[in-house]
Write a protein that binds this ligand. Structure first.
Ligand code: NAD
Length: 363
């Protein structure tokens, strides 16, 4: 049983509190805002999961104990992640889970976090839960039958009305980081699961990291907001693989989809093929199309994510698809996308320089 502290009692804080409780772990859920703690107890948690769980300790951040936790989760807006993560590291937890996107596209603090984690005894993870979900794992497994990978495509296109429906206390993107790309919002940050999933498949297929990004973004800029609503990305990896990602906050109904094309066939993933069902289809050589359906609930996403962390902490696995390095790589691509759009140039990511803006070079 782990002792878990969750910082941020918003949407994700509630999901991860529930997932932790489902695994029998002890939870302290904290926030800077008393209204968020009240909303958790009386609105979000009972509405989502049927009833409030009296075993969860709710606290203002300043009142929460320090140093007594196995796992600390940072579930606040992206531009606050790194200062909070650096503070959390001082508590010496066994594991630190930081929500996605890891930080704002400025990359402020990213390299410092990487260094501090490597000097600590803490294992750090970034909350890209899709890559540790069963559908992505099935897709990856089926793709091993492909010979000579031609290209990978991933799309996470979803109107963000659903997010605001789940946050009825927000009037719209202007009330939160979501309305500001430079705080980690907009399509590039919010749906960066797509970039991360693309990187996961490319890595599994031994195609290396993304080293070139060319992007076209469409921004909405008014007195109240400044975000990208559409983010179109082309990539090249260390092994020369070329592929594409689309992320947007305007498509309805949503389309969350991936396809890996090989010389001898394809594998295709549809997330939310039907409500509560993900589907993986594949056709290899002259065989019939095969498919697998994965039934899952929203809580499963976060239970599987925490189980992945548990399996690394307990030594059952020695690497994780949601490691800090993978989250940092995704952040470099998000940052490169904004630079590519602003300069109308392809951006090369030079990982040798570290996770800093100077590692993004114009081609
Ligand atoms: N993996 C996923 O599928 C998933 C799903 C939802 C959200 N997220 C991510 O989780 C993060 C939070 O999103 P959300 O929807 O829960 O936001 P939210 O606005 O619902 O909640 C954030 C909470 O953090 C609190 N907060 C802000 N600064 C704080 C601080 N310094 N210390 C303590 N609490 C603080 C706020 O008061 C608020 O209650 C984002 O990075 C988002 O992208 C991930």
């Amino acid at each position: 049983m782990y002792n878990v502290k969750i910082i941020g009692a918003g949407s994700i804080g509630n999901h991860l509190a529930h997932a932790s409780r489902s695994l029998g772990w002890h939870v302290t859920l904290c926030d800077v805002d008393q209204a968020a703690l009240d909303r958790t107890q009386f609105q979000i948690y009972p509405t989502r999961y049927g009833s409030w769980d009296e075993a969860i300790t709710l606290m203002l951040v300043d009142d929460a104990p320090r140093g007594a936790f196995d796992l600390i989760i940072v579930g606040t807006p992206p531009d606050s992640h790194l200062p909070l993560a650096l503070e959390a590291l001082k508590e010496n937890p066994k594991a630190l889970l930081i929500e996605k996107p890891l930080c704002s596209p400025s990359l402020d603090g990213a390299e410092t976090l990487k260094t501090r984690v490597s000097e600590s005894n803490t294992l750090a993870f970034v909350g890209y839960d899709h890559v540790v979900g069963k559908a992505a794992q099935e897709t990856s497994l089926a793709s091993k039958q492909l010979q000579s990978i031609e290209t990978i495509d991933v799309e996470f296109r979803e109107h963000w009305g659903g997010i605001f429906a789940a946050h009825p206390w927000l009037k719209g993107p202007q009330d939160t980081y979501l309305g500001f790309w430079n705080r980690g919002g907009g399509a590039s940050g919010e749906h960066s699961h797509a970039i991360n999933l693309w990187q996961f498949f490319a890595t599994q297929l031994e195609k290396g990291r993304i080293i070139e990004v060319s992007a076209t973004l469409e921004y909405v800029k008014t007195e109240d907001v400044d975000y990208d609503k559409l983010c179109l990305l082309h990539f090249k990896t260390e092994a020369g693989l070329i592929g594409r990602v689309v992320q947007d906050v305007i498509t309805s109904p949503a389309r969350k989809w991936a396809r890996i094309q090989g010389a001898n066939g394809y594998v295709e993933l549809t997330i939310g093929h039907e409500p509560g069902i993900d589907r993986v289809n594949w056709k290899i050589n002259q065989d019939d199309v095969q498919s697998r359906t994965i039934h899952k609930t929203r809580p499963d996403d976060f239970i599987w994510e925490l189980q992945n962390i548990d399996s690394v902490l307990s030594g059952k696995e020695n690497t994780s698809a949601i490691s800090l390095e993978r989250g940092l790589e995704t952040m470099m691509v998000v940052s490169a996308a904004h630079l590519s759009e602003s300069k109308k140039r392809t951006v090369r990511i030079n990982y040798e320089k570290g996770y800093i803006p100077q590692a993004l070079e114009l081609l």
